[in-house]
Design a protein around this ligand. Structure first.
Ligand code: MF3
Ligand code: CO
Ligand code: CO
Length: 297
């Protein structure tokens, strides 16, 4: 295992890394024969992060395959004139047909099965009776529960012919996720992920949304940790094998500021300029990562 142990800072009063449940100072800190680190217990006690075992990973991967099939189905159906309600129905029926549950439906009162976020909508757009127009960009975010396991991914698509702004923001959002992927190695930190995204996106004169973050996923829709899409190199929790979380940078063409509409869900850029997003569910492995919702960027 590639873990750089010295990067996990353990305070005297923290839970002991051996997993005894005692304080470090009362357990292995000064022990002659400190017990080996139990990452699973340490991450659970210190961060409330549940590391995933191979059976869990298989379950999340299977959910992820259905998520990707749904996104492919969305791509086939996104055309000028199609309403987001129709996309919602297609995705919902696909899920049910495959014994999966669309996680957004009734989640904290969310009324639909997918999120559809058009143009200046950053995320959490609610499907409605609105037809897609030529030149729109639309993010479709799919989360499915399959055999009790959650997988979460999204893509931003062009409707008809994109203009230069649309091409620019969709490209920068996709490449931001790609930049994040270079950081997904055990021993790196959550801060390294945000740092890589922020550095790339801001260098392209775009901005990174602060209010919404990636998240642990698998046993539940949103688990610890938070995965901000900005940050400092070396900050935050050290990545270890068995962690499963999303990275889902929301990148704005203008400023990062947003507001939430009266429906209490739809997040919109304050300056009404375009926003785009790509999301995948990642597993940290012994020597890098695996996407459990893979698609090309
Ligand atoms: N899928 C979104 C995410 O990436 C969450 C949507 S919450 C909902 O975390 F209620 F709007 F569906
Ligand atoms: Co997510
Ligand atoms: Co999502």
């Amino acid at each position: 295992m590639m873990l750089k142990d010295d990067k996990i800072k353990i305070g005297r009063n923290d839970p002991c890394p051996c997993g005894s449940g005692k304080k470090y100072k009362r357990c292995c800190l000064n022990a002659k024969n400190p017990k080996p680190v139990n990452l699973e217990k340490l991450y659970s006690q210190k961060y409330d992060i549940r590391l995933k075992h191979s059976k869990d990973i298989e379950g999340i991967r299977a959910a992820g395959e259905l998520v990707i099939e749904t996104l492919d189905l969305m791509e086939d159906n996104i055309k000028v004139g199609v309403t987001t309600d129709v996309l919602n129905t297609i995705a919902h029926e696909f899920a049910i047909k495959h014994n999966a549950i669309p996680a957004p439906l009734n989640y904290r009162g969310f009324p639909k099965s997918i999120c559809t976020s058009i143009n200046e909508v950053i995320c959490h757009g609610i499907p409605e009776n609105r037809a897609l127009a030529d030149g729109d960009i639309i993010n479709v975010d799919i989360t499915l529960i399959y055999n009790g396991y959650y997988a979460d991914a999204s893509k931003t698509y062009f409707v008809g012919t994109p203009d230069a702004d649309a091409k620019k923001i969709v490209s920068v959002a996709a490449q931001s996720l790609k930049a994040a992927m270079t950081m997904l190695v055990p021993g790196n930190t959550i801060g390294d992920i945000g740092w890589a995204i922020q550095k790339y996106a801001e260098n392209e004169k775009c901005s990174v949304v602060r209010e919404f973050v990636g998240h642990g996923v698998g046993f539940d829709f949103h688990e610890p940790p938070h995965v901000p899409h900005y940050g400092k190199k070396g900050d935050g929790i050290v990545l270890v094998p068995g962690m499963v979380f999303t990275v889902e940078p929301m990148i704005n063409l203008g400023k990062a500021d947003l507001f939430v509409a009266g429906d209490n869900w739809t997040a919109i850029t304050h300056d009404r300029k375009l926003s785009a997003q790509f999301e995948q569910t990642f597993l940290i492995t012994e020597d890098g990562f695996e996407s459990l919702t893979p698609f090309d960027l």
